[in-house]
Design a protein around this ligand. Structure first.
Ligand code: NAD
Length: 281
């Protein structure tokens, strides 16, 4: 058996086109949408990700300001800058890029991002609203997991989904979104005993641990759907997911690729969120 490839490229392209159309209309109405990305790291893969957001925004007609505070930035300065951008009427979306300087915690600093501009769902209030079933921007990666399954016709109602990872940016919000879609969700993490025993009975496995090759054929039930969120840089400058794609493709029914799966959908959803925020603002 060779798993169906659940590409994110077509979905991402249609979300980007829709965002670009909305951005054009907003600009014509005198409200050109703008995204601000606050960076406080010298991390190379983070820089690559920020460049790809800026490029995608520009192509969609969304202005993108990268506010680089330097890898040594003081947490108080980061917080102040986020508050300033939140108060700026010309800015509609604010993202705080990770990793952060030592001693700075995303969940803490992101509290300074106004909820209505929190297009990557980083403010704990956004996560709380999401958990309570209230309107809020979800972290784009978590939303991308559900969006890619929807796009490929996977009806989540009643399915057992094992989410591997419990971060506030991916695992936890993904679990809430999946619960909202009536899936039965098990959240696994680094202290889970016998991971394979849990994932191998799931209908869908969402791998979001940031560990290359963590999910092997042994972790997957025959015919299961596997969503690979992981992005792990390789020594030769490439990118691999958390799933041993070659072994798992022989057993799973469907698998998202890395690259070309969750990643492009994540970036496209950030653009969608930004025009939605501009629409409301
Ligand atoms: P994180 O380090 O904050 O969290 C990782 C989680 O995985 C933790 O909850 C930890 O308990 C769990 N974990 C670690 N080792 C494990 C193990 N051996 N078994 C079970 N669980 C384990 O990472 P994150 O920010 O949630 O990101 C996860 C992955 O998703 C990373 O590879 C990251 O690069 C990727 N990511 C991709 C996108 C995208 O757009 N595709 C966006 C954000 C993050």
């Amino acid at each position: 058996m060779s798993a169906r490839v659940l590409s994110g490229k077509e979905l991402a392209a249609s979300v980007r086109t829709e965002a670009a159309e909305r951005a054009t209309a907003l600009a014509a109405a005198g409200r050109p949408p703008k995204l601000a990305v606050v960076v406080a790291t010298a991390d190379e893969s983070s820089a690559w990700y920020v460049r790809s957001i800026a490029r995608a925004a520009e192509k969609a007609g969304i202005a993108c300001d990268v506010v680089d505070l330097g890898a040594e930035a003081d947490p108080a300065r980061i917080r102040d800058r986020l508050a300033e951008l939140s108060a700026d009427d010309t800015v509609h979306g604010v993202i705080l890029q990770t990793p952060l300087p030592r001693g700075a915690k995303l969940e803490d600093l992101a509290g300074a991002i106004a909820v209505e501009k929190d297009v990557d769902g980083a403010n704990p209030l956004s996560l709380g609203r999401l958990a309570a079933g209230l309107p809020a921007f979800a972290p784009a990666t978590a939303e991308a997991v559900v969006a890619i399954l929807d796009h490929h016709g996977v009806d989540l109602a009643g399915l057992h989904v094992a989410v591997v990872g419990r971060s506030t940016v991916v695992g936890k919000p993904a679990a809430h979104l999946l619960l909202d879609r009536n899936a039965t969700v098990t959240v696994c993490h680094s202290r889970t005993r016998d991971l394979a025993a849990i994932t191998a009975v799931a209908d869908v496995v969402v791998a979001a641990a940031g560990r290359a090759g963590l999910i092997t054929a042994e972790h997957v039930r025959t015919g299961a759907v596997v969503v690979d969120v992981g992005t792990n840089p390789t020594e030769d400058g490439g990118l691999v997911g958390d799933v041993d794609a070659i072994a798992v493709a022989d057993k799973a029914g469907a698998l998202t690729p890395v690259p070309g799966g969750v990643g492009p959908v994540t970036t496209a959803l950030l653009l969608r969120h930004t025009v939605q925020a501009a629409d409301r603002g």
